[in-house]
Write a protein of this length. Structure first.
Ligand code: SAM
Length: 275
């Protein structure tokens, strides 16, 4: 079953799906695989609230699947209208198909197949601050970082090197809808270093052995806050490319902070330092 076959439909078509073995269900499930997400540029987002966030931020919902019995609920009515008007596909599914689609015992009543949005790095303008993540591996961490970036005020998140997919189900779930609110860009180390040279930002790396206490950084706009990989921290070339390496003072026995926690502190401090 191909996604192409699924996405081939009359514009605004509404289809009934009464079996978990349905082709459309299988095609959506195939998006569990990163390969299929990369090829199609699509991903799965769950829940009416998250999908309304998608719609409000201008994301394209290609397919909306909802429990047939929920067709009259106000958020579903609103999403259906938007998807039909935009020429997407609406699937009215039974409970067994929905459970298969979301892999949860207690599934959300609405699931969407949404187009990924990437900002080409050369077009990314940072006004205030952006986060740079080098080789982030844990999808839960990445989702939490996206949520934090959105909540605390980072303009964008730039993924450098081989990173976990922000459009994977676990990252999307952990982002709690913020995947739609934050600009996303991706590049390799060489691409980042070239862009960094021309972007005019202060580049602050969060590093366990940073010479500067994070509270003493002379923040200015725009700034880039660079966070390292969960195991290795910042690579040497990345650390060398930073204007400042800053540490978050720790007093206990833990040898480091969790990546998402350190990110929250760093963004918060950069905002406080600009007042
Ligand atoms: N073993 C790794 C190391 O040696 O860097 C720990 C990586 S830590 C789990 C993930 C990232 O969070 C680090 O690369 C750094 O960017 C940030 N981080 C965590 N604790 C920090 C601290 N106390 N000061 C500055 N950055 C920190």
């Amino acid at each position: 079953v191909t996604l192409e076959a699924l996405v081939q439909h009359r514009p605004g078509e509404v289809r009934r799906v009464a079996s978990a073995a349905n082709e459309a269900v299988k095609a959506i499930r195939a998006l569990d695989l990163r390969k299929r997400r990369d090829e199609s540029g699509l991903f799965v987002a769950e829940g009416a609230r998250t999908l309304i966030e998608a719609q409000e931020t201008g994301a394209t919902i290609a397919v909306l699947a909802h429990l047939a019995a929920a067709a009259g609920e106000p958020p579903v009515v609103r999403l259906r209208k938007a998807v039909i008007a935009a020429g997407g596909l609406v699937l009215e599914v039974d409970a067994s198909s929905l459970a298969k689609l979301s892999r949860r015992d207690n599934p959300q009543a609405v699931i969407g197949v949404v187009e990924q949005r990437w900002t080409p790095l050369e077009r990314l303008r940072v006004e205030r601050r952006a986060l740079v993540l080098e080789e982030v591996r844990d999808p839960g961490n990445l989702g939490a970082v996206l949520r934090t970036a959105d909540a605390l005020g980072a303009d964008a998140v730039v993924l450098v090197g081989p990173c976990t997919d922000p459009y994977g189900l676990e990252a999307v779930r952990a982002s709690m809808g913020s995947i739609f609110a934050v600009k996303l860009a991706r590049t390799d180390l060489a691409g980042f270093l070239a862009w960094r040279a021309g972007c005019g930002a202060l580049v602050v790396g969060a590093h366990l052995e940073g010479r500067v206490d994070l509270r003493d950084v002379a923040w200015r706009d725009p700034s880039l806050i660079v966070m390292g990989n969960e195991q290795q921290g910042l690579s040497e070339p990345m650390a060398n490319a930073c204007d400042v390496l800053a540490r978050i003072a720790m007093t206990g026995r833990a040898d480091s902070l969790n990546l998402a926690v350190a990110t929250a502190i760093a963004i918060y401090e950069s905002v406080r330092g600009r007042r």
